[in-house]
Design a protein around this ligand. Structure first.
Ligand code: KG4
Ligand code: ZN
Length: 338
């Protein structure tokens, strides 16, 4: 008998619910919160309130689109952390009540593991491909930047991580410096398409091992623009495309350098990318370029599974469901992974 898993994601500013039949996607509904754009970043208090408003309609919608009733569900999986505590509490409380009312298992999911496990969501079409173990995953989002060695669905080791800003933060901060609204990552990607990535160069991070650092790059970008604006107040407007392409190249190069190093160190030649920044077209192109050169076999997620979504929570929940790894009703969310 197939399992029907409801996934609930509320760790940041997207309220999402998804239904999977085993690993196969039946629905994935995401309600984004527009309220934060005016503040240049996510306002935690407003995020929690918006989750409260969105969660019931989003879940109803996910069940309806999947063509099943709540009573058909086998388990409820939810994001336990890391994320904003107030936001996580909304999803956690709802998941507990729903699972309890339906008399079905409750499953807690780690958001970062779920970003990686998104690669195991299937569409039911014959060309579905999932990575084989072990593989390396570059997990790049607004809050995290990690290279993870994935030995099995739940045996994962972080080989390197950022010591300051995350890659998504680097995109968003560079965009903010250019006067673009939050989140600026997708806008930099858009403007970069018409720009010359070699037009400007900025300080390259020089960090040993497999760790990352993006704060020096941000400062270099800030000081460069400050100096240029003294000479020409319209510098940003006149060079938006070249600036976007150049800063994007600096971030992508830093990510690829360390990933290549990790491949060399571990000898693992199956690589995946996950998290919001994996929507970036230059990063996706760099992954494919190295695949075409025979450096590795690349797994790049569908756009709908790059940024925060509940389908990835549901698939992680499914693998825990198979193991009988259930949470108790007194489980509490965590804001950080220790
Ligand atoms: O995984 P995610 O949705 O949320 C977190 O868990 O953080 O990632 C959001 C991040 C933001 O920093 C956003 O600017 C970035 O992903 N992002 C992008 C692109 N799409 C989203 N950055 C660069 N290029 C994109 N196309
Ligand atoms: Zn995320």
């Amino acid at each position: 008998m197939p399992a029907y898993i409801l996934g609930i994601e509320s760790s940041c500013d997207d309220t999402s619910a998804a239904v999977l039949q085993n690993t196969q996607l039946l629905s994935n509904i995401i309600a984004s919160q527009e309220v934060h754009a005016a503040f240049g970043g996510v306002v935690p208090e407003l995020a929690s309130r918006a989750h409260q408003q969105h969660i019931i309609p989003v879940i109803n919608n996910a069940l309806e689109q999947a063509g099943i009733k709540a009573s058909d569900l086998s388990a409820v999986a939810f994001t336990r952390g890391p994320g904003l505590l107030g936001s996580l509490l909304v999803g956690t409380s709802f998941a507990k009540s729903f699972a309890w009312a339906l008399g079905i298992p409750l499953i807690e999911v780690d958001h970062m593991q779920a970003h990686i496990l998104a690669h195991f969501i299937t569409s039911g079409k014959p060309d579905d491909q999932v990575p084989g173990f072990p593989f390396l995953c570059l997990t790049v989002s607004g809050g995290h930047t990690q290279i993870v060695q994935v030995n099995s669905h739940f045996e994962m080791f972080v080989l390197g991580r950022t010591i300051d800003d995350a890659a998504g933060e680097a995109f968003d901060k560079a965009a903010k410096i250019m006067g673009l609204p939050y989140p600026g990552g997708p806008l930099i990607d858009k403007y970069a398409k018409n720009g010359d990535a070699t037009a400007f160069s900025f300080a390259r991070p020089n960090i040993s091992g497999l760790d990352f650092s993006f704060s020096g790059l941000k400062t270099s970008f800030l000081y460069f623009l400050r100096d240029q604006l003294i000479e020409n107040p319209d510098f940003i407007e006149q060079n938006k495309a070249d600036l976007s392409a150049s800063i994007q190249k600096a971030i992508v190069d830093a990510l690829m350098d360390k990933l290549m190093k990790a491949v060399k160190q571990t000898g693992i030649k199956t690589v995946a990318v996950a998290g919001g920044v994996s929507a970036n077209s230059a990063l996706r192109a760099a992954f494919l370029e190295r695949q075409n050169q025979g450096v590795w076999k690349a797994f790049i997620p569908d756009f709908q599974f790059t940024t925060d979504n509940a389908a990835m929570i549901a698939v992680a929940g499914y693998f825990k469901f198979l193991k009988g790894d259930f949470a108790s009703l007194d489980v509490t969310p965590y804001s950080r992974t220790t």
